[in-house]
Design a protein around this ligand. Structure first.
Ligand code: SAM
Ligand code: DTB
Ligand code: SF4
Length: 388
């Protein structure tokens, strides 16, 4: 791989090698000029005494004009340089010692008419996933309560639909959203394509976030799914945004795509204004019976590079370690957190596949000296702002 040398970087980003055109990775400098930081990127609210009470959220300006070349140059930096820059940006916008947890529940499973090559729930693939219709309210509320008790601040309900259809099923979903919202959890839904009015009705019911992934680059998309287009995805994302629901949008690696496709995905995300509030990064869970089950395994270092590049390109977003954590070592998790990941899916199940589970994650946090958010990050920030 043709990585840039430090000399190349200095040519591209300026003589000090740490100032890009839009000062995206020159945060320490900016903090010093503003008299906030100490030159070590500590303008965040960490757990140290001097860190406590400082405001998170000031730092390098947010940029939407990224080019493929910019992102590739960042991605290809020598790893220590890339990690340093990602951590610097991370500290300007987030508490580097805290990780947010979301819990997933598949509220309608299997039999999906879409042919997504990775998905165990597609009716086009024979995977042995047990199908069920929309789950009853009491059951979902019980699961949401368990998730809350276990420390999750967000509850994400997924349905194996191509699109939402108005009628009894959507009415049931609205009831679920109202119920979970009423429990004080942030509600996220992922239900497939939405119309404008459905997005508004979800918002009214208390839906805080909508997950709708672009999955990969526009160029590679057709290799993975042929029953819908990239533009279909973008249209739903716009409707979500217009309805005032926050956007959770990311993708999957390990589907046979090139590094340039991964950069292409990040570019599509980072061009959005505003950036998606959450960026889930999934490593393909290879499910027997899906067309992509035989894909090559992702190089862990390449995954760390992706996380770091996402952090630098979208400084404010929550970058979420999503599917595929069972195949990641603790050391890889640690590197991902250092690279700017600050959220994960908790519990022993994703939608239909397995996940590391609470005990593992709690032990991991202890070993790394990290802790979980107890309220949603947005609530903790506003509490800190009120105190500070
Ligand atoms: N049907 C809705 C949709 O496609 O938006 C919601 C559910 S769908 C399962 C949510 C996301 O899960 C997909 O967009 C995809 O990124 C991710 N996903 C599904 N199967 C996966 C797998 N085997 N490995 C990794 N991610 C997967
Ligand atoms: C996302 O990006 N990943 C989550 C969530 N959003 C909905 C789903 C992962 C699903 C993995 C396969 C499964 O468990 O069915
Ligand atoms: Fe259906 Fe979503 Fe799975 Fe695609 S990813 S097959 S749309 S459930």
């Amino acid at each position: 791989m043709n990585r840039l040398s430090r000399a190349d970087m200095m040519k591209m980003f300026g003589s000090r090698g740490d100032q890009m055109e839009h000062n995206v990775v020159g945060g320490c400098e900016l903090q010093n000029r503003e008299g906030v930081g100490n030159g070590m990127g500590s303008g965040c609210r960490g757990s140290s005494a001097e860190g406590r009470g400082e405001r998170i959220g000031s730092g390098a300006p947010i940029r939407y004009s990224w080019t493929r070349e910019d992102l590739r140059a960042i991605y290809d930096l020598p790893l220590p340089e890339l990690l340093f820059r990602a951590q610097t940006v991370h500290r300007q916008y987030h508490d580097p010692l805290k990780v947010q947890r979301s819990t997933l529940l598949s509220v309608k499973t299997g039999g999906c008419p879409e042919n997504c090559g990775y998905c165990p729930q597609s009716a086009h693939h024979k995977t042995g996933v047990d199908r069920h219709p929309v789950l009853p309210l009491e059951f979902v509320l019980e699961k949401a309560n368990e998730a809350k008790e276990a420390g999750s601040t967000r509850f994400c309900m997924g349905a194996a639909w191509r699109e939402v259809k108005d009628g009894p099923d959507f009415d049931k979903i609205l009831e679920l959203v109202r119920g979970v919202h009423g429990m004080g959890l942030e509600v996220c839904c992922t239900l497939g394509m939405l119309s404008e009015s459905q997005a508004h009705r979800l918002k009214e019911a208390g839906c805080h976030a909508y997950n709708h992934n672009l999955d990969t680059s526009p160029e590679y998309y057709g290799e993975v799914i042929s029953t819908r287009t990239y533009d279909d995805r973008l249209r739903t994302l716009q409707r979500v945004r217009d309805a005032g629901i926050t956007v959770c949008c990311g993708g999957i690696v390990g589907m046979g795509e090139t590094i340039d496709d991964r950069i292409g995905l990040l570019l599509e995300l980072a061009k959005q204004n505003p950036h998606p509030e959450s960026v889930p990064l999934n490593v393909l869970v290879k499910v027997e019976g899906t067309p992509l089950a035989g894909s090559d395994t992702v190089d862990p270092i390449e995954f760390v590079r992706l996380v770091a590049t996402a952090r630098i390109a979208m400084p404010r977003s929550m970058v979420r370690l999503s599917a595929g954590r069972l195949s990641m070592s603790d050391e890889l998790h640690a590197l991902c957190f250092f690279a700017g990941a600050n959220s994960l899916f908790a519990g022993d199940k994703l939608l239909t596949t397995a996940n590391p589970g609470e005990d593992h994650d709690v032990t991991l946090m202890q070993r790394l000296g990290l802790s979980f958010f107890e309220a949603s990050p947005r609530e903790e920030w506003s509490m800190a702002a009120a105190v500070g």
